[in-house]
Every structure is written in C-alpha cells, then in structure tokens.
Design a protein around this ligand. Structure first.
Ligand SMILES: [Zn+2]
Length: 289
C-alpha cells in the first residue's frame, strides 16, 4: 500500500481522546444512589468526611473527518480547592452549598485550554462543543473554549437551567454563544430521539435524561464499531452492570431507562467501550474507530 492510500484510510477514522480535567471530591452517595434516611446525602449535607471520595472529571475531543467536536469542558482554571485562592474563587462563584456538594481539584496542565494546546489545537479550531448537561463539572471550563464555532446544549437542559438557579449557575455560560439544539424522533436511544450531528450516523447526540432533564450522551459509530460517552447516566461500570442510579435524579424512571440503554450498548459485541465522566477505572487514552 502506498503512502497516499494509507493517508486516505487514516482520514476516514474517527479518533476519540479521553481527557481528564482534574477530579472532583464528592460524597459517595453522589455517584451511587444509597438507601439512607438523609435526603441530601448526595450533596454531602449532614454527612461525615468518611463518605467523601475523589473521582475523575472527564471530557472528550473527537477528531472526525468532518470536524472537531469537544464533549464537555471540565472545570474553570481558577478552581482548585487544593490552593486557598482556588477554593475562595470557587466558593465566591458558586456558593457554599455547591462547594459542600462538589469540590474541584485541578492540577496545572489539566484545564481544557491547556489540554487542547497540548494536542495542537486552539479553541477556535473546534467546530462543535457539546455540553452534555449544565452541572458545573461539565460546563465550568466553557469560558476557556468560548471561541469555538458552535456551542450546543439540548433545549430540554436549556429550559431546565432557566428554571432552577439552585442547581445551575448561568454566570458560567452567559458570556458565551451557547445555544439550544433539538433532538429529532428517530428511534435512537431510550427516548427514541437524538441529533445526528453530521447526517451520516457517525456521531449521535442521544437524549438520555434522568440525572438531569436534558442530559445528552454521545454515540460514536464507524467502521462497524461503536463507543458511547454516557456522561453521568452512570458514574462507573458497576452503575450499568448492577443498575445503580446516580445519587441525584430528576426522574428515577427516566434515569433507569437511560441506564438500561447504556447497558444494552455495553453488551453489543462491536462496542469498544462506555465512557462515563467520573469512572475511576477509565484512564486518559485515545480510541480509534
Ligand atoms: Zn458530572
């Protein structure tokens, strides 16, 4: 095979970079719903330090022949609770209740703009940023990539974020050109609807609500293989293996249906992997399909 045909073949591959934008310290009831009398356990309220765990915060860069797609943005670069000024900045922007529920850890070099730079890209190079949902460990770094060409979130999530200022902090995106997109009814996913980003089925933004109202997963399919970026539908492999819902759900029924769909994808013989944002077993890596 000559050099040219090699190049052509390579151009048709899709590369998914799994990035870790630091970590988050949370109560163990956040990733895995617990049977407890404390209704706020997932937020770490009235709970001891012994329940705290540190889990990764992932984001993903998809190098696709038709464009560069970033999934989620991690933390803002000023937030690192291991430094006093980082802790102060986080509390000032998000409040003490949010700090109690989730504490950002962001070592140098792991903020989204730094990660892109080390891959040879600038934010302007990105064609689409998808925010899977508007929780701050997913949208916190949006300012760092606000010069991307398109920034999208599902219209369901967008509407929900305008209703709850307790959970959502609109300051994290108000200076960006984020805009809502609509899912189409097409039989894909637990709600039977998705957005086919490039119109060829290779990147599907799939409606997978339950943890939040408009939570979006990303199904990547190419050359007979597939992988799923499932955001916070489940927090780790045991979530879909043992059907353990996330601690916080807007609808248990929807969360269960979404998790069941993730489980089905995980069992497909051509599935290269399921990538949950906070899965401690998933290390930074590149997957080619
Ligand atoms: Zn999360």
């Amino acid at each position: 095979m000559n050099q040219n045909s090699n190049d052509m073949k390579e151009n048709q591959n899709i590369k998914v970079h799994v990035l870790h934008c630091g970590q988050v310290q949370v109560d163990i009831a956040t990733p895995f719903k617990q049977k407890t009398l404390n209704p706020f356990a997932y937020a770490g309220i009235f709970r001891g330090k012994k329940h705290q765990v540190i889990i990764p915060v992932s984001a993903y860069l998809i190098e696709h022949p038709k464009g560069l797609v970033l999934i989620d943005t991690g933390w803002d670069s000023n937030w690192n609770i291991l430094e006093p000024q980082g802790k102060r900045a986080f509390i000032k922007q998000n409040g003490r209740v949010i700090y109690q529920a989730s504490k950002p850890i962001l070592p140098e070099g792991q903020a989204m703009d730094e990660q892109l730079r080390s891959l040879g890209y600038t934010p302007e190079d990105i064609d689409y940023v998808l925010i899977t949902h508007l929780d701050l460990d997913h949208v916190g770094g949006l300012e760092l990539v606000k010069n991307a060409k398109n920034i999208w979130v599902s219209s369901e999530e967008w509407k929900a974020a305008h209703k709850s200022s307790l959970r959502y902090n609109s300051k994290l995106w108000e200076n960006t050109k984020i805009e809502p997109f609509n899912f189409q009814e097409n039989g894909i996913g637990p709600e039977k609807c998705s957005l086919d980003l490039f119109g060829d089925g290779s990147v599907q933004f799939v409606s997978t609500p339950g943890h939040t109202v408009g939570l979006t997963s990303v199904l990547v399919q190419n050359n007979g293989k597939q992988l799923l970026i499932c955001a916070d539908v489940g927090y780790a492999h045991k979530s879909w293996e043992e059907m353990i819902l996330p601690g916080y759900t807007t609808s248990k029924k929807q969360a269960f249906a979404s998790l069941k769909w993730v489980r089905e994808i995980s069992e497909a013989p051509n599935c290269l992997g399921i990538f949950a944002t906070h899965d401690p077993e998933v290390k930074p890596q590149v997957v080619v399909l």
